[in-house]
Design a protein around this ligand. Sequence first.
Ligand SMILES: [Zn+2]
Length: 437
Amino acid sequence: MKVMQAYRFALDQTPGDERAFRSHAGASRFAWNWGLATCRERYEAEGRWYSAAELHKLWNARKKTDPALAWWSENSKCVYQEAFRDLDRALRDFIKSKKRQRKGKRLGFPKLKKCSRCRDSFRFSTGVMRCSGNTVTLPRLGTIRTYESTRKLARRLGIGTARILSATVSRTANRWFVSFAVEVERAAPAAHPRPGSAVGVDLGVKTLLTGVDDAGNVISVPGPKPLRASLRSLRRASRAHSRKSPGSANRRKSAARLARIHARTANIRADALHKATTELTVRYETVAAEDLNVTGMLANRRLARVVADQGFGQARRMLGYKTEREGGRLITAGRWYPSSKTCSACGWRKPSLTLAERTFTCDACSLVLDRDQNAARNLLALAASGAERLNACGGTVRPGHAGRVPVKQEPGTAHAGKTGTASRQLLPTRHVSANAH
Ligand SMILES: [Zn+2]
């Protein structure tokens, strides 16, 4: 079974490496902007643009004749090519969105990439890309040290069960990373060691994650302490940042500081989520979670920060590929399934429930339960009813109160997401703790 997986390593670059990174990122941005201007001209005149291959040809002709572009050879030619591919994809997405063939927000015509506004990033898809020990080797850039060992990936490459398709170098705050897109040959997962086990998972607002399993155990994963501390300093830093006058050196400094804290917060959160989701998927064959409409929720300003902070989308992705990896499965409740509003004991539905209400109180059977636990129980019931429906060819269908809700089964849609790195010293040590309910 072939799966796509991302391996990401933080780079321990020399000042010379960093100069080369910045140059490549600048070249990538230049190629995008040059290609965009060229395509826009043609799009306005003829309603079509140049493909990535055509742009590459035009660029090759141009770079040799225009002395102002003589710097092009300082960077790998692959970087320009990849920028043209990205542009081609962006233009196609724009057209699809215009014709309403694409989900999500309507996209505008692709924009120019400004040095100050966009992320430093560039990609290779051909040439020497390999890793060994604490180094990675990239086209043109040569061998660069990494903070962590690349051993796991190197071993797979060595025995031929992995193939690097591309390498993207990017900067987050003050740190550079390389992310390899890797095609991995993996043995089909064996059956789950605990067949029949199930857990309903509520991705929380106050807690990171709350689960209720088929034996009634409650699994509660609070946001790790370092995350809360980090969020506090994030709030402080963003307030301080907003007071600095635009264009000033102080503003630039505070922006860098803010970006650093952002990156740190994201690392802590991702790590906590990785630990929790791994443990859940190892312990339970069936995991039921909400399929959150994350874009829709982000539009709601009050919720936006919380959603972004807790990384709902990230958690869903992790549960998707990890259940598949462990031989289990993920069942997702439809976007409109009212898991928080429904009573997990009798099925009565609350007409309205605000986020501030942390306790669920049933008007019909007077159940009083923690809001997240109530939601997790409903999801568990949904998993049970959904599971029965899935093997319903034999007949036993017993829809519970949640059984009327459409269930979508997803045997792991996303595979990418393995992080090879993220500064280890930041990692919290809290694990999933199960308390008997
Ligand atoms: Zn009730």
